[in-house]
Design a protein around this ligand. Structure first.
Ligand code: SAH
Length: 219
């Protein structure tokens, strides 16, 4: 592929991303920083070549290993809830997959940690993030049920896999005033926001969603 072709693809994907951002705005995503971040991260590089042409459809797509790259609307919605009109601060993602949402977080915050339990997916996330020069996103092969004690506490935590209860370690690693967003539930899940206030934790529930399950251990 020569550079003219590459530049052509770059332009096309920039225009397609701009359309995706407009669609997200019309679906109710309001935070300009979140929309900007979605607009600058090329989603096609996170997909297998055979699926790359579908990168800007608003759907979850298979990543391999039975996992999926999250739907852009859901990524935008969850991060908009997480950021809550403030700043992400030091943030932790559980379930990095191939790194798409970690990249969006990396545009929004200088301090991003992301853990993934499948080593081969983590290696892909590492390559993908290097390709788009987001090397400040720190990735770790670990069981996210345990959080990331060595980098705690976190101002914000986001889970890309569903559980029927909030893992205790994650609550413990949330800074005072911190926020955690996750798909809560097993077969039926809703986006839940947990906030750590002076008097303890409060929970607010949002849209119904469908995520892969948070699994124990690493592979
Ligand atoms: N964040 C990704 C979504 C990946 S799907 C994106 O932007 O598209 C959810 C991911 O969570 C999967 O890769 C799965 O392997 C991972 N996962 C599930 N349980 C986990 C755990 N306990 N610790 C870390 N990662 C986990």
């Amino acid at each position: 592929m020569n550079s003219a072709t590459l530049a052509g693809i770059g332009m096309t994907s920039a225009r397609t991303r701009a359309r995706m951002v407009e669609r997200l705005r019309s679906q109710g995503i309001k935070d300009p920083r979140v929309l900007h971040a979605i607009g600058v991260v090329p989603r096609h590089i996170f997909l297998e070549p055979a699926l790359a042409q579908r990168a800007y459809e608003d759907t979850a797509l298979p990543l391999g290993f039975g996992q999926t790259i999250s739907q852009p609307f859901v990524v935008a919605r969850m991060i908009e809830i997480l950021i809550a009109g403030r700043d992400l601060g030091k943030t932790l993602e559980i379930g990095a997959g191939c790194g798409y949402q970690a990249a969006i977080l990396g545009v929004l915050s200088k301090q991003v940690f992301a853990v993934e339990r499948i080593a081969q997916l983590l290696a892909r996330a590492r390559d993908n993030l290097r390709q788009i020069k987001l090397s400040h996103v720190r990735l770790k092969h670990a069981d996210g049920n345990l959080g990331l004690p060595e980098a705690a506490p976190f101002d914000t935590i986001i889970l890309a896999a569903a559980a029927s209860a909030v893992p205790q370690s994650l609550l413990a690693q949330l800074a005072p005033g911190g926020r955690l967003v996750m798909p809560l539930g097993s077969s039926e899940q809703v986006i839940s926001l947990i906030e750590r206030g002076e008097k303890g934790f409060t929970e607010t529930r949002f849209d119904a969603v469908r995520f892969v399950p948070l699994l124990p251990g690493v592979e």
